[in-house]
Write a protein that binds this ligand. Structure first.
Ligand code: B12
Ligand code: SF4
Ligand code: SF4
Length: 259
């Protein structure tokens, strides 16, 4: 399998998914796929920029060669619905969170089986809930892996902004399959970080989490838990995402973006 085959395989799996699973409410756009070399020195820097316990690819899989990362974008209508619901997040956003986490897990398991059938080895990483409740940090950050795989850059709101915006979700897996690493994007995706006027994400956060001078992850988690209580009949949905609703980077319009 080369890069194109892996990318096409993931795209086909995601596009066929709604036919395989009954009563899904969420629909997705075509995923973006990127690859980082497991030896990329960026992973060493994540021990400092994320935290000391962040794992290296080879700590997940000895002889790791590549990190495959995929971004599954929601339909554009979803972040608009989340904007309209005011303080609490939209029910459709909660449903999309649960269904997309399942989609990421199912895609990862199916790709692992496909690669193992070719004699390759794969280490899986759960889509979320793999974080320490006392620090609110994970030993593997999908968005840092996505950054290393060239899928986008970090917005002021912490989310990874890809060429299809920031409202989708990420999955990654580590394998000994040799693939060509993707190059890092040259463009700064966040308007504020590109020196333009924005900080719309800060305006959207009414919960004391996102400020012009920083981010309080515990205040953010408190609001995510409030939304979970609100939508408790759906299953675990610790979510909010108001900072990604109807902001310029939700869905990218290339004509308005800095080059
Ligand atoms: C713990 C966690 C949370 C916690 C803590 C949030 C946080 N910011 O850490 C809580 C519960 C509060 C939370 C909330 C949310 N989360 Co959350 N969460 C995670 C989880 C499990 C681990 C994240 C982690 O360990 N972060 C570690 C900290 C240190 O890193 P960080 O916050 O990303 O901050 C870094 C960046 O700002 C970065 N950075 C900034 N500029 C630059 C520049 C460069 C060059 C580099 C290298 C780094 C960098 O530096 C900081 C430190 O390194 C991941 C899943 C996973 N395993 O990856 C999902 C994940 C990050 N969450 C996600 C989402 C969508 C959300 C919410 C929108 C909730 C929702 N779904 O409605 C909010 C957004 C909050 C926000 N504005 O950040 C998505 C992000 C998708 C994306 N497009 O980026 C993820 C990846 C889940 C997934 N599988 O898709 N989350
Ligand atoms: S809303 Fe504006 S400042 Fe915030 S992350 Fe998006 S582009 Fe950057
Ligand atoms: S997810 Fe909600 S609470 Fe967290 S930073 Fe974004 S708007 Fe604020």
């Amino acid at each position: 399998m080369d890069n194109d085959t892996v990318e096409q395989w993931i795209r086909d799996f995601v596009s066929a998914y709604p036919d395989r699973r009954e009563s899904l409410e969420t629909r997705w756009q075509t995923p973006l796929v990127g690859v980082a070399s497991a030896q990329d020195s960026l992973f060493d820097t994540f021990k400092t920029v994320v935290h000391g316990g962040h794992l290296l690819p080879r700590e997940l899989l000895p002889d790791a060669s590549s990190v495959i990362v995929f971004y599954i974008p929601f339909l554009g209508s979803l972040h608009r619905e989340n904007f309209r619901e005011e303080r609490y997040c939209a029910r459709s956003w909660a449903t999309a969170y649960i269904e997309t986490n399942q989609l990421i897990a199912d895609t990862s398991v199916a790709l692992k089986e496909r690669l193992e059938a070719m004699g390759k080895r794969v280490a899986l990483i759960p889509p979320t809930h793999n974080f320490d409740r006392s620090t609110l940090m994970s030993d593997w950050s999908h968005r840092h892996a996505a950054y290393a795989a060239g899928l986008g850059s970090f917005g002021f709101h912490n989310l990874l902004i890809t060429s299809l915006g920031c409202t989708g979700r990420l999955g990654s897996l580590v394998t000994d399959l040799e693939l060509e690493p993707s190059s890092l994007p040259e463009r700064e995706s966040c308007l504020h970080r590109a020196g333009k006027k924005c900080l719309k994400c800060v305006e959207r956060c009414e919960f004391g989490a996102l400020h012009p001078d920083g981010f309080d992850r515990f205040a953010c988690y408190a609001q995510c838990q409030a939304n979970d209580r609100r939508h408790s009949d759906l299953g675990l949905a610790e979510i909010c995402g108001k900072c990604t609703a109807m902001v310029p980077c939700s869905v990218i319009n290339p004509n308005r973006w800095p080059s």
